[in-house]
Structures are given as C-alpha cells and as structure tokens.
Ligand binder design. Sequence first.
Ligand code: HEM
Length: 284
Amino acid sequence: MGFLRFSCSRFPNIGTGRGPGGKFLGLLVLKRKKRRLKPKHRRTREPSMRGDDGSSFSEKQLIAFLLDLIFAGTDTTSNTLLFAFLHLMTHPDVQERCQKEIDEVLGEKEQASFEDRHMMPYTQAMIHEAQRLADMAPLAIFHTTTKDTRLMGYDIPKGTLIIPNLSSVLNEESQWKFPHDFNPSNFLNDQGEFVKPEAFMPFSAGARVCLGEGLARMELFLILVTLLRRFKFFWPEDAGVPDYTPIFGVVQRPKPYRLGVRLRGSGDATLGACGTGLHQQMAV
Ligand code: HEM
C-alpha cells in the first residue's frame, strides 16, 4: 500500500470531492453509483445489504486498490517502453537482431504470446537491458523497519526510514559486463542463453517487491514484440544527438524525442502523409 500512503499525503482531499484527488475519486464513486448492480452483487458490495458478514471488503479498500493500479501501473510501464524505443532506434543492429529472432519464432503465427519468450533469448535480453537502463523507480518506495534489525553487522533500530537505492544496483560496475552501455549481452551467457543476474531488480526485492511485476513483464514483451514484428523504428536524421539522460523523479522518463517509424518489408510503404514521404515521425 506504499502508493496509497504516498497518494493520501499528496491528495489530502481524497474521497471528499474537493481538490484534484477528491474530484477524481468522486467521479469514480459517482460512476459506480449510477450503474445498476445485480442483486447478487449488491449483497456482497453494499455495506447496508452485507450486514455483518465478516468480509474484509470495504469501499475504501476498493478505491485504494484502484488507485494503486492506476498510479503504480501506468507511468512505470509506458515510460519503460519510451526508453526501450529510444535505445532501439539508436541501436539498429540490436533492433534488427530482435526482428530476425521474432520472425523466425513467430513465422506465420497471427499473434505473439507470452510463452514465446522462452524461444526468444535475445529479445528477452533486450527488454531486460532496456529496463535496467530505464531505472524506472530509482529509489523504489521508502520503507520503515518494524522491529530492531541487524543486517551485515549493522544495527538498524525499529522505525528507521529505509530508502532502497535501485539505481546503484542496476549500474553497479562489478555486477554487469557492460554497466554503462545498452547491450543485451548483459543478459546472455556464452551460449547465447538468457540469464537474469541477481542485480537485476527494477521491481525492487523482498517482501514488498512490485505487485505488478508479472503484468508489467507481460505488457513489455507483448507490446514490444508485436510492434517490432510490424515496424522498423529509426532515429530521424535531423533529430540531433540522442540524449539518454532520464528526467529524475519517483518514476523516471526520457526527455521528449521524435520517433521515426516505417512499416517493415514493404519498400517505400508509409504510415501516413509526412514531411519526407518515407516515414512518419511522432513526438513522444
Ligand atoms: C516496468 C514496470 C514497473 C516497474 C519498474 C515497477 C517498479 C516498482 C517498484 C520499484 C516498486 C516498489 C517496491 C518496494 O516497495 O520496494 C513497486 C511497487 C508496486 N507496484 Fe510496480 N512497477 C511496475 C509496474 C507495475 C504494474 C503494471 C502494477 C500494477 C498494475 C504495479 C503495481 C505495484 C504496486 C501495487 C506496488 C506497491 C507494492 C507494495 O507496496 O507492497 N507495478 N513497483
């Protein structure tokens, strides 16, 4: 519930209908009330009909879960994708190798499935490498020790604020073959098989590791594979020198850039009318 605590302190009016947070939630609650609920759902959902049924469900909790889902699950995945495209555009060799692997594995298959990842070690490595460099939540979420703790010879009293430094681990020179480059080899062994080093922890670690890790991994794989299969992404000639420095924040994002995109395997086919005639450029 870390995100909930954060959002409650940022939006003190939550649920009251006042201020940005309150209005947002007010809207949600309003929509819910407008909808007609089936009697069997009302029995489990509306406190007046539930009576004292011993259920742990509450309206407040439902709202908290929705907030968690929205705050924690949107910017993180979409900004990781923005970083991935930035690297793919500026490393055409990596992009082409992924596309070759995707073509070979998917063949005539209509759609990619998450299971296909087992046969795509290089693409898997590329996605993990993009996540490593995206360093999405550099300081994860702050925690507090709930009891006196001893760690590696250090005494940490109960109530100490703990700030995990994920950036440090993801860039640690002793842990990565190419700590400062975009290089999928960081996740490949000598046989070209996918391996995930212990230092890969963009989702943090321990009991409070990201609850959406499984969903995020699925999203990243399916979105990237589906798009790479159909399109070639390239750095527009007049776009200057790429800048990989992230905009620092609770969740990081790349500086705005333009994305060149062209249909694959269709010669001079275009995605729409645009300046050069050969590609569509989007500002992201
Ligand atoms: C690339 C995408 C994502 C990254 C890098 C990421 C990263 C993180 C990190 C670092 C934390 C803090 C863990 C800690 O407290 O130490 C976290 C927490 C959390 N994430 Fe994610 N996340 C991603 C996507 C998602 C998605 C898609 C969802 C759900 C739809 C989600 C839900 C949550 C929730 C609910 C928490 C709080 C867990 C708790 O406090 O116990 N995340 N995430």
